[in-house]
Design a protein around this ligand. Sequence first.
Ligand SMILES: Nc1ncnc2c1ncn2[C@@H]1O[C@H](COP(=O)(O)OP(=O)(O)OP(=O)(O)O)[C@@H](O)[C@H]1O
Ligand SMILES: [Mg+2]
Length: 1025
Amino acid sequence: MIRVNRRRSGVCINQSTSNRKRRVLMAPVSFLQGSNDSEEDMFGDYDSFYGNDSLIAQVDDIEHKYLQDKNIDVKAAGEVVLGNLQSEVHQKEQDNFSGACQKHDSDPPDGNQELTESIFNDLPSSQLLYFEKMNELSSASRTSPVSKGRDERVNSSSDKVRDPLSFYAGAERRSRPTDSSSHSKPALCKAESLKDHLKSAMTGNARAQTLQVSKTKQLKEAVLSEEIFVARKAIESPSVDIGPFYRLPSKVKDLFRQLRGIETLYEWQHDCLTLESLQQRKNLIYSLPTSGGKTLVAEIIILQELLCRQKDVLMILPYVAIVQEKVRGLSSFGIELGFLVEEYAGSKGRFPPIKRRVKKSLYIATIEKGHALVNSLIETERIDDLGLVVVDELHMLGEGSRGAILEITLAKILYTSKTTQIIGMSATLNNVGDLQKFLQAEYYTNNFRPVDLKEYIKIRDTIYAVDSKSENGFAFSRLLNFKYSSNLERADPDHIIALVTEVIPKYSCLIFCPTKKSCENVASLVCKYLKKEFRAHKEREKEDLIKNLKSIGNGTVCPVLKQTVPFGIAYHHSGLTNDERKSIEEAYSSGVLCLLACTATLAAGVNLPARRVILRSPYIGNDFLKKNQYKQMIGRAGRAGIDSAGESILIVQEKDKHLVIFTNPLENCYSNLLLELTKGMQSLLLSLVGLKIAVTYEEVDNFMCCTLLGVQQQLLPKEKSLSEVIKDGLENLIEKGLLKGTISEKDHNSKSALTITPLGKATYKSSIDLAYCNLLYRELRKGLEGLVLESNLHLLYLSTPYDMTFTCSPDWMIYFRQFNQLSAAERKVADIVGVPESFITKKASGQAIRKNVDNAVVNRLYLTFVLYSLLKETNIWSVSEKFNMSRGYVQNLLSSAASFASCLLHFCEELEEFWVYKALLTELTKQLTYCVKAELIPLMEVAGVLEARAKQLYNAGYKTLAHLANANPETLVRMIEHLSRRQAKQIVSSAKYAGSVANTELCLNKKYRTSVTNLAIYPTLMLRY
Ligand SMILES: Nc1ncnc2c1ncn2[C@@H]1O[C@H](COP(=O)(O)OP(=O)(O)OP(=O)(O)O)[C@@H](O)[C@H]1O
Ligand SMILES: [Mg+2]
């Protein structure tokens, strides 16, 4: 008998059944151990499946019968229970449905394999899963027909496609074999009560299904048949064929059509998705030109993993802004298809992630956060939960410390999980062979680009088409058609105005410039000579944009933008605040702005397409442009779905002509583990021991062979082998007091285990750069002796990131002025950290200084003053003016300090002696993270809502997440200035999503408050990058 519990909308068992069960369960202690009160409660007033003859009741009886027979040994017991149950269940199902199986009442429990298989074929999946688990527990060394049958099914799809049973999301999962607790009790004790397991399995089923059931007999039967039908279908059909759209339900196809406007896949996308290697879940690297549509393929593979294999997925993207864009773009898919999209960027991300029982998670992370996430999964032995890792822009492997971190992350996954699939994609790969070896991956490539991209180069007034067949790599195309006055010729010798006016305002144009200053200069120059008519184009929208920028800047607009925006022109570089950048990007995307003068960061940033891309010069800063960078920049032109054509023009001076060689191959991607010593090799070695991935010299050596450096050993110094480099690295860590143990001088193959010291653990867990960990430790210890707590200045100094000290040169007058505004106690801070008052005074008055003062400390204190002002005023604009720094720099300092404070907090949490810092740093981290009014914080939790938008929403009455989640997008558009319909919809759906995540986390936190001990170690605010 099925009863609907309307309050909980789950399947219930009534009180009497429950009581009866309790009586039955009174007997042997071993079965009582695992009984779970909360689960009893959950079933308190539930009805049974079959009335008095319910499956549960039968299980009770069998269990009861078995429990009375005390002579049965533990191992055999499991088999007997299982066997009896199999027969009973089978019979019950036979009675109720005209199943395909024959009735075999008299068959022995596990005597007939065929029979047992057929029995299990008829069971609802969650129950089957339970039996499988029981079987595993009860006969560790014996292969049961059940699991064998299942194994065969799974193996038949190359062990790569998840068992269809797993569609029942509520079904219990197998515990990891490495789980030490699973070994501590006899297997059967662990198995708890049979009935309890069935209950939880059925609850799982009930939760997973959204069937509407009624009390009437007919309906109940219909529901039951439905469940059996679904289970049977899932079992019978090969799991690869669960949906018509690349194994996915057709709803996915509809969503791509509705949300992305994608009707059909490109031929290459189809070919790639149906690759044999993908079917076998092999690792894969694929490479296509920019705008080739690589993301769609990755997204389909991700959805397969989440929906078909029911595993979590990690997607690694290079920058915070791209992560946020992707989270916004995939949230609707998550809502529609029932998975969670979790952001791991900026201040977002929880370590380890919450283990979800029902829904699977797609973690979208920056490189640094992705690494921290993988560490936390390895540490909690959950790395196998990660079914798939997708790395976009795989060529980042070759880029400095971020490349090293990416390499470390991937190597750890490869080494610790045999089941996690890795997919990497890029438009600019050259030495694919090395990467394939490193990732043990197959390779797919194609030259497809949906929109033709025409490449040109301009020398003087001549445009040449890039042509690999011609002698220089380019051939004459046309003379530039322009009429310049001699004045204009002097002002614009490179004819930028002529080039841009060929496309704007009708089409969009990007000009990549070598420096931030040149972006602003180019934007000013162009609008200075543009005709008045340009102002008329989208005039009202441009006025709105200015108003918006003004409100972002608390009444101030950057004078350059004020001058350029009316012409539809703006600059875009890291000097803008996040809010300004976002407004400008939105205005450009919607056609209000038609020209952006930008730095190279935009090439890898958010998707801002253009009809024409101009490269102002073949330099980035002082360095000659690399082929990879060039390809990424010009790739912004002619994006599919937005433009029907695209072209790029590289402006080259006569003198540089010979340097531009289009036939050069793309740059190779090399390991950075050695170049980035403290963030690369040393940090890897430390965390290998810390996470117990490899604890002996020999194991570390084995691990290192699996890195990209292991593949590219030609990068090693001539006189040293990889083993020697490892030995040096480990010895260095021992010297620094981060590791303990010895590495034998003579015998490199030492097998003695290394251990991590508390300082080592604090360092790797907090992601503090190894270059600073000892210094930081000393400073914190010194602080214990006399921390000035009159204000947060001293604490702020400790939280000022070391690596930013090299980027600042103090203005001594400002330094002096700020110092003089401090209270007497605060001035002491300067003295304690090592910047005497006399030093500042002398510097400000231009006197010579004899005393030796550490420049790094002086600079750091100056940055502390900036942060101190920011926390007091919460206004980036006025602070940047006060310190004569760009607002982008001030903002960057603020977010770096927030990250560093969070790392510091973790560092202190790991070292008992620093307990006192914990409370102080928790508060400071929050202040730095949300250097805004407290009431805006909840709104800023919504993806895509930055400070300015949060202010607007708050003022319009949307004060909480719930207000936003329940808002009507149309009303939002009317009430909020400069908010498009698309943005309003996104805000509402993101708020709904953020609300649901917050609720789930609240419930989980309540439920697991005692069991998830790590929550205390990894607080929500993990702000590494
Ligand atoms: N099958 C398709 N039909 C129509 N449009 C598509 C299709 N596949 C992708 N697109 C669109 O093409 C554009 C570019 O795709 P995408 O961003 O995936 O390119 P990419 O290969 O990742 O390029 P890049 O290397 O520059 O990042 C997107 O706007 C995307 O929506
Ligand atoms: Mg891409």
